[in-house]
Design a protein around this ligand. Structure first.
Ligand code: AFP
Length: 324
């Protein structure tokens, strides 16, 4: 069976030639990252890098390797005006004539690396809005402005999931040829949610509305929802969101009282906005308890947000518990 390869898809999706180079560049470097991940302990790339990133989190060696690989790949593309990474303190200026800004989380879920479990790369492409040289201010655009967003899931197979604003498509990496081939042409999140995804160990720290929403899901057929729900938590947003795009449900990482001054754990520009773009393009919703995430005007590139995403009705219900 002949399948559509990523370059052919991008041509037919009517994205600008410059955006095509950015997305193809990200695809190529992700295939290289997948090879590094596959070598694992054989290449002595597991374990801690011995440093903290700007978020105050311990970096893994592979966080640093993946970050450097993506940074080098993007900086080589004339279409890239600048980039911002979860692992970099400051934005990185690239080409003064570039049309696009790229933000990325090079290795989401990196605490899974040492247990040989799923991780991913998340990316978002924004239009360049300011004058050269690029500044952090240029990146501070609502997620609604994204020209493309997606992720690569390094799982049993390597998958690239992408939206250029015209639905969501999934590609699978052919390891023999290094090409991403289209394997799902129209991703739609199922309307009915049967699963939820939250780190239950934090239950006692959540705000009261989230406690009661989750309590009602857990009480299943005996509770107000009159139906049983299943629960899944991979601890890599890429993998949890991938499951939701494939078979529905709700994912949330809420505010909690351990860090009362921090809005949430997940990063707006590297995680929530790109995932939100995909989720909305697949017919779902992404909210904080107060409003739609893609409408947030960012204050700074490393901003964090509480996240509720997934099947539209379920997200609306969860938000309703907070707004009652
Ligand atoms: P790491 O990349 O530091 O492993 O964090 C992953 C993540 O940002 C997101 O992908 C997960 O959904 C979430 O954190 C998991 O957080 P907990 O470890 O608190 O469950």
């Amino acid at each position: 069976m002949s399948r559509v390869a990523l370059p052919q898809y991008l041509e037919s999706a009517a994205v600008t030639p410059e955006l095509q180079t950015v997305l193809l560049g990200l695809a190529t470097v992700s295939a290289d990252i997948s090879k590094a991940l596959a070598k694992g302990a054989l290449a002595d790339i597991l374990g801690a890098a011995g440093a903290e990133n700007v978020q105050g989190e311990d970096q893994k060696k592979l966080d640093v390797i993946a970050n450097d690989m993506i940074k080098d790949a993007l900086a080589a593309l004339p279409a890239v005006r600048g980039l911002a990474s979860e692992e970099e303190a400051e934005v990185v200026p690239c080409h003064t004539d570039g049309r696009y800004l790229v933000t990325f989380d090079p290795l989401d879920g990196s605490s899974n690396i040492d247990i040989n479990s799923m991780v991913g790369t998340i990316f978002s492409v924004l239009p360049h809005a300011g004058e050269a040289p690029v500044t952090e201010q240029d990146f501070l655009q609502p997620g609604r402005h994204q020209q493309a967003a997606g992720y690569v899931l390094y799982g049993p197979s390597v998958m690239l999931v992408l939206s250029t604003g015209n639905g969501v498509v999934m590609f699978t990496l052919d390891q023999d040829t290094g090409s991403y081939l289209l394997t799902e042409a129209e991703v739609v999140i199922p309307v009915e949610a049967k699963e939820f995804s939250i780190n239950m160990s934090n239950q006692r720290h959540w705000a009261a509305p989230m406690q009661s929403y989750i309590a009602d899901l857990i009480s299943g057929k005996d509770g107000p929802r009159s139906k049983d729900f299943n629960m899944r938590w991979v601890a890599a947003m890429v993998a949890d969101v991938h499951r939701i795009l494939c078979r529905g449900g709700l994912f949330t990482y809420p505010w909690d009282s351990r860090k009362p001054d921090q809005a949430g754990k997940l990063r707006l520009m590297y995680e929530a906005n790109p995932m939100g773009f995909l989720v909305e393009q697949a017919g779902g919703e992404i909210w904080t308890p107060d409003g739609k995430i893609l409408d947030i005007q960012p204050d700074h590139i490393h901003q964090r947000v509480p996240v509720i995403l997934g099947a539209a009705n379920e997200v609306a219900l969860c938000v309703d518990y907070h707004q009652r």
